[in-house]
Design a protein around this ligand. Sequence first.
Ligand code: HPA
Length: 247
Amino acid sequence: MIAIIGGSGLTHLSNLDIARREVVRTPYGEPSGALQFGHLGEQQTIFIARHGYGHTIPPHEVNYRANIWALKQAGAEAIISVASVGGIPDHLGPGTILVPDQIIDYTWGRASTFFEGGDSPVVHVDFTEPYDPGLRQQILRAAREAGEAVVDGATYAATQGPRLETAAEVNRLARDGAHVVGMTGMPEAALAREVEIPYAAIQVVANHAAGRGNSTHGIPMHEIEDTLREAMARVRKILQHLCASSA
Ligand code: HPA
């Protein structure tokens, strides 16, 4: 069963035929909202809105552990994260869809592991390739089938938020080798790895990152909503093909 974690711009899946909702309690507290079970094409799918269905939970307050735990308990065999990001090089402009292959984590103070406390042994999971290569290929194939252009590979910088970056911070991210910046990719990806669920991401560039492109003197926030509405429709199409081909 495939699980989809929807971010900004994707708080619901209009093509998901919802059969039931389930409120799950976990040892780590409450997930962002009820899990929605349904079908996308032939494939059984679970959907959860990362920021809550009313989009009220900021990136640093998302209970990433509860979300991943709930999906594991529910039987998720793969997780697709959908998120919006800022594009750093000029060619990753608003509306670009990409499937990242690397992460740099700049977040802090988030509960970022299941392996802590009590007598549980310390475990160091391998994270050389933070996104599951097989699941990435499935997404890329689905995008080709859907006729949607996606960028294969990018380094994602996870920042703390909720404020956006300064231009100097974005310059530093670029020097570090990052191509896109967002606030929710970590610790989500690492937690999925800890519970051994293949995890990959589809990201939509909502804006040029601070100081870049048409964001030289500020990010034009009013453009973001339209960009996301249009691009998330393409993401839904890709997800539909993904679910049809892995049913
Ligand atoms: N920075 C961080 N997160 C984001 C951005 C950004 O520019 N755009 C969308 N999510």
